[in-house]
Structures are given as structure tokens and as C-alpha cells.
Design a protein around this ligand. Structure first.
Ligand code: ARG
Length: 658
């Protein structure tokens, strides 16, 4: 059981004679910020004193006296006007350390009750190569699934591939009109991706040509409004409201000007290239034509279906290459195409339940609290992304009977999921449905991470770059020589790969998922600082200490776990490290409370740091006494287990020596 749970239970018992809701009050037990005060702090007194109309100080003393009688604590004190600090008993710490080091799970229990989770993650659109944006859903989803499994839940992972959407209409159109057969035969995925980008560029161009005049007109209006607002504010210098309005008008104008510039840029890029310009002139209807190709595919057109069947294996194998490299796998990979036959019945059912209605030719579900309805069938009969998601939930309920479905998807889809969940609740669905949303990956300039030409950055080349940079740092000959590590090329390659990929995953996971973060490869692979490299290195260091003890016959039982009466904590940093190690379970549970892998990442970083100060201050092989040596060996052993288990939960590989 989590250490904090044990403390809460004890506090609950003590509070039971004072209040009818002792458990609720006991939730206010937290870890102390300052270890000198104790390990845990119960901030229960103020709320209770209010409830009971009593003096906080006196109440605190009474509760503290009762807590002193329990066998968990060595010391209980009252600080300030009623903060109760508790310090765990050494014998308890020793017992828990021994259990944690020997149960193969670092002392982490399996949760009761066990729930069934479907985790929908990664889910890229397969018609184009994976880009940097896909890293987030893939690694966050994988870590959440691993943590849920580790605490005992039943987890089904499903990669909801975008394999049926308008992108396929685009590559089919591109293939029929622009394919370079030789290039396709040589490297199909590259050619398909070129066709996708070309078609998209031509579509964007036509849109730009269509929209630019109107955009310029409204921007001119905004310019006039902005000038007026600035003049009005200047006329009354102390008027806060006018000043605010003027600033708002300027911001609006700036953003409209940026849009105009971006659209003009798109047009210029096509116009400056004679071949592109010629294609644009020949394919003025390209947007509608690509949609027609999608509609034909969905209607079962033999030609388009044959093309789809020809393209799919190529697209899938490119994506699989990335998953293999990242060591991420799925229980199911049911893409949008899988649900094709289930879409019409979904619409029918919602109509029958009177939830869906015909509006301007489309079938819509109107929802309270939303400006626009959810459209589930367009007036040309086509189904939408939302329709597929409704069918997917129905299928998942039928097949997996889950308690919860987690969607690890970009924050820009939050409205989609709010509507989806609202429709499902209107149908009586009681599942716990969650959008595990995340922010954007930014470049060093603070804007969404793009290549110079404005494309998204491909994942494949990025992973390779991370591995190369990791190689330069961790396999630096000087460093290896200093650490007296002799490695052949294969081992170096293996380490660089683990460090490079670990760095990318950790950089993503260690940020709060809802924030944007700056993708900075150089920083990510550093040996010092909050990086995977540092944690992998700490773990390798623990392994090497244990190996050394064993190999040099200092201690032939270095990997064995002593019993609690054979160990003793004497040094304060031993104690700090011990308590930190015993909080592993707590870290996982807090991380899972709102599905935030960064909490586990922070915990591992903090553990590695505490291990470093322990290592500086407490010799293991040359310990002052036999018992001190044995205790430290156990701490090193458990540190190694916690760090490697923790890295594993984050999907990061462990290195035995580096
Ligand atoms: N393929 C979608 C995209 O790339 C994400 C799908 C997320 N999952 C879902 N069930 N909608 O935007």
C-alpha cells in the first residue's frame, strides 16, 4: 500500500471520534516540503476546528497526541497554528524497503478494483508520413497505458488510424493525375507523400486565389477600424477602455495581416514555379475533384478501392517502421476504414432515438451548450469523422465492455470530443470518456515546429538526428576513456539509440501535457539536467556499483535482499533516499489521477538527484561498518529497480552501463 495511504488511514482512524467524515479530512495529508519537519503533513486542523467550533491549536495537540500512540510514527509535532508533521518510524521504513526490493514490483500494489480502459492513441492519418506532432500522442498514450497496466488495470490499446478520410481522395487524385511511375516503383511511400503534398498545395492555391480579394477587403476595413480606435484612444489619454479597445483592434489587424501574408506566400510559391503554375491552371477544380475521389472510394468504386488496397500496405509499413523504432505496439489497429459499414446504422439509430434531425439537407445532432450542432451526415450523403467516432464507441462497448475510453489527441480537437461525449451521454452512455489533450511541439522560435519550407518535420529524420547527437555525447571517446569503459561499435550504437530515442520521449513526457514545449534536441540528450540521459545514467551507475561489488568479490550477495533486522539507516541522505524510493507508488497514482506522465518523470528525476547526493556522501564498498554497507547496497539495488521500472513505464530503455 502507498506510504501516503497508510498515513491517511492512520489519520482517518484518529479523526473518527471527531467527525463523521474522517476519510475526507484525511485527504489533506500531503508530503512535507521540508524533510527536516517530517515526511508527511496533515493539514486537517483548520477545517476541522471550523466544523467543531474549536481552537485550532488545542485541537492540533489533541490529534497529535493520538497520532503519537500509533505505531507508524517516530515523531509527531505541531507547527505554526496547527500543521501536524509526522516522521515515519525507522523500523517501518526498513520493512517497506525490504518488501519493495524483493517483490519484483518495487512495492507497488495492484489496484482494486480493476477497471477496463481502452486507450485510443497515436492514430495518425496514414496517407502522409508521420511528423513531429505525432510523437506526443504516441509516447503519452503509451506511457499512460503502461502505467495503468502496471497498477493492475485491464488495458486495451487501439491505434485508430486515419485510413479512410479525404487524404486518400487526395492521393488517389494525385496518383491518377501526377504520378511519376518510376519514382513510385522505386520508393512508393516517398512518391505517395509527394503526391499528397502536391495535391494539397494545389488545393491550397485554389482556395487562396478564391479568398484573397475578400481577405484584403476585410483587412482594409480592420485597418480603418484600427486607425479609428487608435485615434479615439489618443484623444482621451486616460481612458482605460478606449486604450484596451485600441490594443485589441491592433492585435486583430496584425493577425489578419499575417493571414493575408501567409495566403499570398502560398500563391507566390506556386506562381514562381512554372511547372506548378501550369498544373494549377489545368486543375482548377482540384478540391472538389479530390472530394469526389473520396466519395467514390467510400461508395465502393472498384478502381479507387484497388488503388487504396495498393497504397495501404505501403503507408502502413512506413508507419510501422517508426513504431518499431520507438518500441510502441498496439493491441488493435482498427482504422477508420474498419467502421465504414457501421456508419449508416449509427445515423439511423440516432434518428430513431429522435436525437438526430435533418437540417439544411444534413443530418445533425443539436446539443445544449454548443453553438453548432454535430453533423453526422452531409447533404451529399457522406459521413464524417464524428460519425466514425460514434461507431467506434459502439463497437468498443460491444467488443471490450470498457469502463473508460481515453482519447490521447491534440488539444485542437477538444470541441470535437466535447460534442462526441455530449452526444454519447444523450444516448445514455455512462462510460468514463476522457479527452487526454496535449499542446503543440514548438521550434526554438516559439512557433509550431516546421522545416524551413514550412512543412511539418518528419519523424524518421528527427529520430535519426537524436541518435546521432546522443552518439556524439555519450560515446565521446574522451568520456568513455575517463569512465574506463571499453565498448565495441555495436554497444555504442545500442547506447546511442537508447539515449537518443529516450531523450525525445522524455522531453515530451516531462512537460505537462497540456502545455506547448520547445523541441530542442541539443538540450534533450545532455547528461546533466532533467533529461532521460541523466536518469538512464543514474540507473547504469547503480547497476555498475552492484556489479562491481559482486565481481570484485567485495560482496557476493550484492543483488540479494537482506532482512530488515540486518540493516540500519544512519545517515540523513540514506533516509531521504529511502523515503523517496518508497514514494514510487504514490508518484504513479498521482500521475494517473489526471493522466499526467510528467509527474512520474519528475519523480524519477528527483530520485536520480537524491541518488547522486547519496552516492557522494555514502560509500558502499568502503562503508564504515558491515551493516552500513549492507543497507547502502540495498538502497542502490532498490534505486536501480525503481529507476528502471519507472523508465520502462515511460517507454524508455534501460542501459546496463554507459
Ligand atoms: N486521425 C486523427 C488525426 O490525425 C486522430 C484520431 C484520434 N482518435 C479518434 N478516435 N478520433 O487528427
Amino acid at each position: 500500500m502507498q506510504l501516503i495511504e497508510q498515513v491517511r488511514n492512520q489519520v482517518t482512524t484518529v479523526l473518527a471520534s471527531l467527525t463523521s467524515q474522517p476519510e475526507q479530512h484525511a485527504q489533506r495529508v500531503t508530503a512535507t516540503r521540508d524533510a527536516a519537519l517530517g515526511d508527511y503533513q496533515a493539514n486537517v486542523v483548520f477545517a476541522l476546528a471550523k466544523e467543531l467550533s474549536r481552537q485550532p491549536e488545542e485541537l492540533a495537540q489533541e490529534i497529535a497526541a493520538d497520532l503519537r500512540k500509533c505505531d507508524l510514527f517516530e515523531h509527531v509535532s505541531v507547527a505554526g497554528k496547527g500543521f501536524i508533521n509526522m516522521r515515519m518510524k525507522p523500523s517501518l521504513i526498513l520493512d517497506l524497503l525490504v518488501t519493495a526490493a524483493s517483490d519484483g514490483r518495487c512495492g507497488v500494489d495492484t489496484t482494486h478494483p480493476t477497471l477496463t480502459y481502452v486507450v485510443d492513441f497515436s492514430s495518425p492519418n496514414v496517407a502522409k508520413p508521420m511528423h513531429v506532432g505525432h510523437i506526443r500522442s504516441t509516447v503519452i498514450g503509451d506511457a499512460i497505458a503502461k502505467m495503468l497496466r502496471f497498477v493492475g488495470h485491464h488495458v486495451i490499446t487501439d491505434n485508430h488510424l486515419g485510413d479512410w478520410g479525404t487524404q486518400f481522395g487526395m492521393i488517389i487524385y494525385g496518383f491518377k493525375n501526377f504520378v511519376d511511375q518510376a519514382a513510385f516503383e522505386k520508393s512508393p511511400v516517398e512518391e505517395l507523400s509527394r503526391l499528397y503534398r502536391l495535391t494539397q498545395q494545389l488545393i491550397e492555391y485554389q482556395k487562396s486565389v478564391r479568398d484573397i480579394d475578400a481577405m484584403i477587403t476585410i483587412t482594409a476595413d480592420a485597418q480603418a477600424a484600427c486607425d479609428a480606435a487608435i485615434a479615439a484612444a489618443a484623444a482621451k489619454p486616460n481612458d482605460k477602455a478606449l486604450e484596451k479597445a485600441s490594443r485589441a483592434a491592433q492585435r486583430k489587424l496584425q493577425s489578419m495581416q499575417a493571414d493575408v501574408e501567409s495566403v499570398q506566400g502560398k500563391m507566390q510559391r506556386v506562381q514562381a514555379d512554372a511547372t506548378l503554375k501550369q498544373l494549377a491552371d489545368q486543375h482548377t477544380d482540384i478540391e472538389a475533384a479530390a472530394l469526389r475521389e473520396t466519395a467514390l472510394l467510400h461508395a465502393g468504386d472498384a478502381g479507387n478501392l484497388a488503388l487504396w488496397n495498393q497504397f495501404m500496405p505501403q503507408c502502413l509499413s512506413a508507419i510501422q517502421g517508426i513504431y518499431d523504432q520507438l518500441n510502441v505496439s498496439f493491441d488493435y489497429q482498427l482504422g477508420e476504414s474498419f467502421y465504414h459499414d457501421r456508419l449508416a446504422p449509427v445515423v439511423e439509430e440516432l434518428k430513431l432515438k429522435n436525437l438526430a434531425t435533418q437540417s439544411e439537407g444534413a443530418v445533425c445532432v443539436f446539443l445544449d451548450g454548443f453553438d453548432a450542432p454535430m453533423i453526422i451526415q452531409k447533404n451529399d450523403g457522406a459521413f464524417l469523422y464524428a460519425t466514425t467516432d460514434l461507431a467506434t464507441v459502439a463497437y468498443r462497448i460491444e467488443k471490450f465492455d470498457p469502463d473508460a475510453i481515453l482519447y490521447v489527441v491534440d488539444h485542437r480537437q477538444s470541441e470535437h470530443f466535447q460534442k462526441l461525449f455530449a452526444v454519447l451521454r444523450a444516448t445514455g452512455c455512462e462510460l468514463d470518456l476522457r479527452h487526454i489533450s496535449f499542446g503543440t511541439v514548438l521550434g526554438k522560435d516559439g512557433k509550431p515546429f516546421k522545416t524551413r519550407s514550412g512543412d511539418s518535420v518528419g519523424l524518421e529524420s528527427l529520430l535519426q538526428e537524436a541518435i546521432d547527437r546522443a552518439h556524439a555525447i555519450v560515446c565521446d571517446p574522451e568520456r568513455l576513456q575517463k569512465a574506463s569503459l571499453q565498448m565495441d561499435d555495436a554497444e555504442k550504437e545500442m547506447i546511442a539509440t537508447s539515449v537518443g530515442l529516450g531523450a525525445i520521449k522524455y522531453a515530451d513526457l516531462s512537460h505537462n501535457r497540456t502545455s506547448d514545449y520547445v523541441f530542442d534536441l541539443e538540450k534533450m540528450v545532455q547528461l546533466e539536467g532533467n533529461t532521460a540521459t541523466y536518469i538512464q545514467y543514474s540507473c547504469a551507475r547503480a547497476s555498475s556499483i552492484l556489479r562491481k561489488l559482486q565481481n570484485e568479490a567485495i560482496d557476493s550477495s550484492a543483488q540479494d535482499v537482506p532482512s530488515s533486522d540486518q540493516i540500519e539507516i544512519t545517515h540523513p541522505v540514506e533516509r531521504t533516499l529511502a523515503i523517496q524510493l518508497l514514494r514510487f507508488e504514490e508518484a504513479i497514482h498521482v500521475a494517473l489521477a489526471d493522466f499526467q506522465p510528467n509527474i512520474l518523470a519528475d519523480y524519477l528525476y528527483e530520485t536520480a538527484r537524491q541518488f547522486a547526493s547519496f552516492f557522494d556522501q555514502c560509500p558502499v564498498a568502503k562503508a564504515e561498518s558491515e551493516i552500513a554497507g549492507r543497507t547502502r547496497r540495498l538502497l542502490v539495488n532498490l534505486t536501480r529497480q525503481v529507476l528502471s521500472q519507472g523508465l520502462d513505464l515511460l517507454g524508455i530503455s534501460v542501459i546496463e552501463r554507459m
